[in-house]
Ligand binder design. Structure first.
Ligand SMILES: CC(C)(COP(=O)(O)OP(=O)(O)OC[C@H]1O[C@@H](n2cnc3c(N)ncnc32)[C@H](O)[C@@H]1OP(=O)(O)O)[C@@H](O)C(=O)NCCC(=O)NCCS
Length: 170
């Protein structure tokens, strides 16, 4: 089941985040602030929220999470991780699809995300779900320092998810 994350999910989300990202995981305070925020009206142009995947038969208590921010018609996928023990079982797909569908229903036309240049498994995952590389942000990540690839997907057009001319993966 995919549902909106609550304050009660905080410890498990932080645990999953550290498991997935180690030293570059979001600080626990950032999760606390996100999970404590009251839901905003659908019409609000800027909205931040997190979704979690809760398996019918735990453990783990949560299979994964996704954090997203909707800003004036675009949704940024800010964080996404699946518990190590349940990867390659479709949880990441369900979470990302749920995030994109929620954003589409809120009026977003485009989904964007950054991914580490060296995170080839995540790039393969996003590519599988229709995201395409549209740019590169030098020295974007810390701990360790690394470039980010910017990936994009249209939430309205079924074909041609990346329409920017000259998009370059390198
Ligand atoms: C990336 C991540 C979220 C994928 O979650 P997942 O639940 O394992 O993904 P799914 O089972 O939905 O995979 C869907 C498809 O994506 C692709 N994919 C997923 N993981 C992959 C991997 N490690 N290598 C290559 N392709 C992969 C495959 O095409 C897969 O389909 P298949 O299993 O039938 O071959 C998960 O590996 C993870 O949490 N990684 C660590 C955190 C991270 O890197 N997050 C993204 C940061 S930007």
């Amino acid at each position: 089941m995919i549902r909106r994350a609550t304050r009660q999910d905080w410890p498990e989300i932080v645990r999953l985040s550290v498991e997935a990202f180690g030293a570059s995981a979001w600080p626990w305070k950032r999760w606390r602030d996100l999970l404590s925020a009251a839901p905003q009206p659908v019409a609000e142009p800027v909205q931040a929220l997190a979704l979690v995947a809760a398996p019918a038969e735990p453990p783990p208590p949560l299979a994964g999470y996704v954090a997203l921010q909707m800003i004036h018609g675009e949704v940024e996928i800010q964080a996404l991780a699946v518990a190590k023990g349940v990867r390659r079982q479709g949880w990441g797909t369900r979470l990302l699809n749920a995030a994109c569908e929620r954003a589409r229903q809120a009026g977003c036309h485009t989904a964007l995300l950054e991914v580490r240049l060296g995170n080839l498994p995540a790039q393969a995952f996003y590519g599988h779900l229709g995201f395409r590389v549209c740019g590169r942000r030098p020295r974007y990540y810390h701990s360790p320092l690394e470039d980010a690839l910017l990936m994009r997907k249209s939430l309205v057009a079924a074909a041609s998810p990346c329409t920017e001319a000259g998009a370059d993966a390198t």
